[in-house]
Design a protein around this ligand. Structure first.
Ligand SMILES: [Zn+2]
Length: 358
């Protein structure tokens, strides 16, 4: 073979030097930079890690890092014919490359599996061990982000705020909660309610607007208190944080600076597990019954929201309604045995809580 195109690296600089190489019975010869003759004997040739489709040669006696890279199939074939040992070495390299690719993929797969299966498991085990003050601090940090996310303000019209405080206290008194709760109504047109780590519950104005009776509203509130009781928001936060940490390992620290935003976003976006939803419903049903009220209004409210809502951030999306949930609420129901939770004047005051915001 004469005048085949190849690329020469002389071993002292990283420059690529295009050369024309000749192969004969003794070896391979070419002119470095068209000037200096280089001749490698066949018996001195070694194959070094070659990308697919090329043959990369080194030679005993040549500078350590000197390489000749050959892409022309005709020349590669001719060299391998004369020095079959090179071909065996080359296949071994390809095998090694295959193994590297395999293990890299396996590493990625194991991280993905860890993110999908182990992180939730660890988050579940970890949540009860997190001290409540730490949970509250985490909640504060993401709370600010959640408000920013929804561009929301807090509704503070005084009579409504008093009523909301009283209703919250009454429900919480009947519940056995791991921490004090604070409920706020936020000015958002998204019909949702959200429990953050640390016992902060946000009810969005649109959800309050859609509630027809105090019992419907109280039912949703009681459901959110169920998430407080289960420390579900903390669990979700740990899960998200763990997953984003693993994804950070995989893709470089993509979430590093924005970690808190990412966590807040996914607290809003992602759903609780079915078990968490059922437990929160059961908790709500118990609270309503303990307060002398029926569970039917909550079920009716959920059904109405489910029928009318397609918004991404809506209550129904983060707390998906299932047939089992509705059945369980129906099954838990007893007729109301006590007085209404709020009288008409209280209810009107609560509905008007967003007349003043800050
Ligand atoms: Zn829920």
């Amino acid at each position: 073979v004469k005048g085949a195109n190849a690329v020469y690296f002389n071993g002292s600089t990283a420059l690529r030097r295009p050369v024309r190489a000749d192969l004969d019975a003794q070896g391979i010869a070419f002119l470095d930079q068209g000037l200096e003759p280089v001749r490698w004997r066949l018996e001195d040739l070694r194959c070094v890690d070659s990308p697919a489709g090329t043959l990369r040669l080194a030679a005993a006696g040549a500078p350590d890092l000197a390489r000749l890279e050959i892409g022309e199939a005709q020349l590669i074939e001719a060299i391998l014919q004369r020095v079959p040992a090179l071909g065996r070495r080359r296949r071994a390299d390809e095998g090694a490359l295959g193994r590297i690719v395999f293990w890299s993929l396996a590493a990625v797969a194991s991280l993905v599996l860890t993110a999908a299966y182990l992180v939730p498991l660890v988050a579940d085990r970890l949540a009860p061990l997190i001290p409540v003050p730490l949970e509250r601090r985490l909640g504060e940090a993401v709370g600010q982000q959640v408000r920013t996310l929804f561009g929301a303000r807090t509704c503070v019209e005084e009579p409504g705020r008093v009523v909301l405080g009283r209703l919250t206290e009454r429900l919480a008194a009947a519940a056995d909660l791991p921490m004090p709760v604070r409920v706020e109504v936020l000015t958002s047109g998204v019909p949702n309610a959200l429990t953050l780590p640390g016992g902060n519950v946000y009810v969005f104005r649109a959800l309050l607007d859609k509630a027809h009776t105090p019992d419907e509203f109280a039912g949703v509130l009681a459901h959110e208190l169920g998430h407080v009781a289960g420390r579900d928001a903390l669990r979700k936060l740990l899960q998200t944080a763990g997953t984003s940490f693993l994804l950070g390992l995989l893709f470089g620290d993509v979430t590093g600076g924005g970690a808190i935003i990412f966590v807040a976003q996914s607290l809003v976006d992602s759903r609780y597990s079915r078990q968490a939803e059922s437990a929160a419903d059961a908790f709500a049903a118990r609270l309503m019954l303990l307060s002398g009220r029926s569970t039917k209004p909550l079920a009716a409210f959920l059904a109405r929201l489910d029928a009318n809502s397609s918004e991404r951030f809506a209550f129904i999306n983060s707390h998906p309604v299932t047939v089992e949930r509705m059945r369980a609420l129906e099954a838990a129901d007893r007729p109301a045995a006590g007085p209404p939770l709020l009288d008409d004047a209280d209810w009107r005051a609560l509905k008007a809580i967003c007349d003043r915001t800050e």
